[in-house]
Design a protein around this ligand. Structure first.
Ligand SMILES: Cc1cc2nc3c(=O)[nH]c(=O)nc-3n(C[C@H](O)[C@H](O)[C@H](O)COP(=O)(O)OP(=O)(O)OC[C@H]3O[C@@H](n4cnc5c(N)ncnc54)[C@H](O)[C@@H]3O)c2cc1C
Length: 367
């Protein structure tokens, strides 16, 4: 039996643990500290097709990541596991200028040829919305795409960990190379290691002499809870700018998220920023006033200096695989990245060209 350690149980680590556990000759152990984890703070929007980013490798990863949820859901269903963490509720995209909405509609129609998951697309007037959505406000027209999904990050990671046969150890760990070329994590010896440490990857690799091009970005959002459990009837609402409104089934609506570059690993709630998002959200979603309670989440995203994620084998560390830099779309791309890393470790067919996402430019061994 080969022993594999996964360090980090966010979306990448928990999905890697799930796919590794499918191999009967592997014994998988997951170590997770959990503090500041981005995956459990995530807004949960799976809707990459409207991005104007020009980076083709990034877009391919994001669109195939959205597609990969279909595979993940059917793999879990084949294991008799509940998949209600994933809900294709659709999205309303709002723009200040009508011409921008039409431009986006044309872009989406083109992208749908490659990504049928986008689903039904239409430009709609607010006045024609069905009666149960008529309380939405603050815009005249919108672009609707039926294939966008919302995902509860914390439910998804819990589901994947429970579905895996992995032992889960909740603590912060370090990585050491043993004299025979294996790896010590905590007091256990492993044949291979997956570093799914998000924004904390530089910290675990530094003692081994590596510099990693990753910086932290703080993200906060607020969850609103409603007695009316029909919140799931609303689609995700994406106005221009930072604000997104993500209604979940069962009486929860999330409003977020902030993108704070100067706060390092700080996890304190800054009510000022969340109150500003709340005021803006109320113009679109006046029902927010009816929430009977609120709570906040905060997490740390990981970014590279060119905003591109990377994943693959760590240079000069055989059988150590790392992924980081997933930025603000990591819940979308995370399961696919984890699957690709597992395939790479098993020498099986890859879904993405590994060189396009190689860690070599981002993880550098000092002399
Ligand atoms: C507020 C917010 C909103 C977001 N919204 C969206 C969205 O709508 N759609 C989308 O696609 N993406 C979204 N994202 C981005 C997405 O959440 C992240 O890119 C993704 O979750 C990163 O996953 P990860 O597994 O790489 O890292 P993480 O989820 O951060 O997990 C890393 C884990 O590793 C653990 N760890 C690190 N070092 C060690 C160690 N030495 N020992 C033990 N454990 C360790 C950490 O504690 C953590 O639990 C959002 C992020 C935030 C913060």
């Amino acid at each position: 039996m080969k022993k594999v350690a996964v360090i980090g149980a966010g979306i990448v680590g928990s999905a890697a643990a799930y796919y590794l556990s499918k191999e009967t000759d592997l014994e998988v152990t997951v170590f997770d500290d959990g503090a500041g984890q981005a995956s459990k703070a995530a807004a949960g929007i799976i809707c990459p097709w409207f991005s104007k980013r020009r980076n083709k490798s990034w877009y391919r990863l994001a669109r195939l990541g959205a597609d990969f949820y279909q595979t993940l859901v059917s793999d879990l269903q084949a294991d008799n596991i509940k998949t209600d963490f994933y809900d294709q509720a659709g999205v309303f995209l709002l723009k200040k200028k009508d011409s921008s909405l039409e431009e986006l509609y044309e872009l989406a129609k083109k992208r749908r040829e490659q990504s049928p998951l986008i689903g039904q697309l239409s430009l709609q007037s607010r006045s024609n919305l069905p009666a149960d959505l008529a309380d939405l406000n603050g815009f005249d027209r919108l672009l609707y795409a039926s294939g966008a999904a919302r995902v509860e990050g914390s439910v998804l990671t819990k589901t994947l960990l429970a579905a895996s046969r992995a032992e889960i150890i909740r603590k912060r760990v370090s990585l050491n190379v043993s004299s025979d070329g294996n790896y010590w994590v905590s007091d256990k010896l492993f044949d291979a290691v997956f570093l799914a440490c998000g924004a904390w990857l530089p910290q675990i690799l530094k003692p081994l002499g590596y510099e990693v091009d990753i910086r932290p970005q703080k993200g906060q959002l607020r969850d609103y809870f409603f007695k009316d459990s029909h919140t799931g009837d609303y689609p995700v609402i994406m106005p221009e700018g930072e604000l997104d409104i993500i209604p979940f089934a069962g009486g929860k609506v999330s409003i977020g998220a902030t993108h704070e570059n100067e706060q390092g690993f700080d996890l304190c709630i800054d009510s000022r920023l969340l109150d500003a998002l709340e005021r803006e959200a109320q113009t679109y979603f006046p029902k927010l006033n009816e929430a009977y309670s609120k709570s906040e989440r905060v997490g740390t995203r990981a970014y590279t200096s060119d905003f591109s994620p990377f994943f693959g084998q760590v240079p000069q560390l055989k059988k150590v695989y790392a992924a980081s830099g997933l930025g603000s779309s990591g819940l979308t791309s995370g399961p696919l990245i984890a699957y690709q890393l597992v395939q790479q470790f098993l020498h099986k067919e890859l879904l993405l060209p590994a060189d396009d996402y190689s860690p070599n430019n981002y993880i550098v061994k000092g002399s």
